[in-house]
Design a protein around this ligand. Structure first.
Ligand code: PEP
Length: 254
């Protein structure tokens, strides 16, 4: 019922030619991973050429951020409508690098999420605890706070058009992956939060991705977990073999 989604977050990497080449390579080889949804999220200045490169293929394009206002005097920002206008369908919101390096709060993430949904973009709303929060036994509380804060006032209809990503901060770009059991526990908690806020049917329909040092070698075990519906991949999404290797694990899990 929930299609596996493998999303590549390219962060602030690659140039125009490299972005287009990588997107084309993913599209050309997408036949290797039938029934797995593929998404690439290039740097904002390369969204248009990447969207043009994959137009008409099974590869969707996502942005790594956006601003909640529709237009106006917001120097340097990009609106949801502008993203849609250049062929973008998804937007990553509340990534831990934006929360912890750039100071985004749950309230900011919530404003962006509601604006993205209102315009018709699919938000990928990221939550995840710091290492010290996990070690202090606060993971479930942090996830609950971020869930309610980031998704406040998101309607039942809207949540079904949303994706949630669990990305433990200590696992992002560090090579330290959560064990399948650690990840599954938080995914199951998130699904319970969805059921409490909405209902069981809706909770069962929302995709929850895991992110944090996902590689072809660990993707099978993660994606085999019942509540892990895909991956948000940073470093390994920059190599087509690795990205499709992770997506191939999604076929086995489906
Ligand atoms: C990410 O940036 O969302 C991420 C999970 O990065 P990495 O796969 O490199 O840990």
């Amino acid at each position: 019922m929930r299609r596996t989604l493998i999303a590549g977050n390219w962060k602030m990497n690659l140039d125009r030619a490299g972005s287009v080449a990588l997107a084309r390579a993913v599209a050309e080889r997408s036949g290797e991973v039938p029934d797995v949804d593929l998404l690439v999220c290039p740097p904002s200045v390369y969204l248009l050429p990447v969207a043009e490169a994959v137009a008409g293929t099974r590869v969707a394009v996502g942005a790594q951020n956006m601003y909640h206002e529709p237009s106006g005097a917001y120097t340097g920002e990009t609106s949801a409508a502008m993203l849609l206008d250049v062929g973008v369908a998804f937007v990553i919101l509340g990534h831990s690098e934006r929360r912890h390096i750039l100071g985004e709060t749950d309230a900011d993430v919530n404003q962006k999420t509601r604006a993205a949904l209102a315009e018709g973009l699919v938000p990928i709303v990221c939550v995840g605890e710091l290492l010290e929060e996990r070690e202090a036994g606060h993971t479930a509380d942090v996830i609950r706070r971020q869930f309610h804060g980031s998704l406040a006032d998101v309607s039942a209809d809207e949540i079904q058009r949303s994706v949630i990503a669990y990305e433990p901060v200590w696992a992002i770009g560090t090579g330290k992956v959560a064990t399948p059991e650690q990840a599954e526990q938080v995914h199951a908690d998130l699904r319970s939060l969805l059921a409490e806020r909405y209902n069981d049917r809706i909770a069962g329909s929302v995709r929850i991705l895991y992110g944090g040092s996902v590689k072809p070698g660990n993707a099978d075990a993660l994606l085999a977990q019942p509540n892990i519906d895909g991956a948000l991949v940073g470093g390994a999404s920059l190599k087509v073999d690795d990205f499709l290797g992770i997506a191939a694990a999604g076929i086995h899990a489906a």
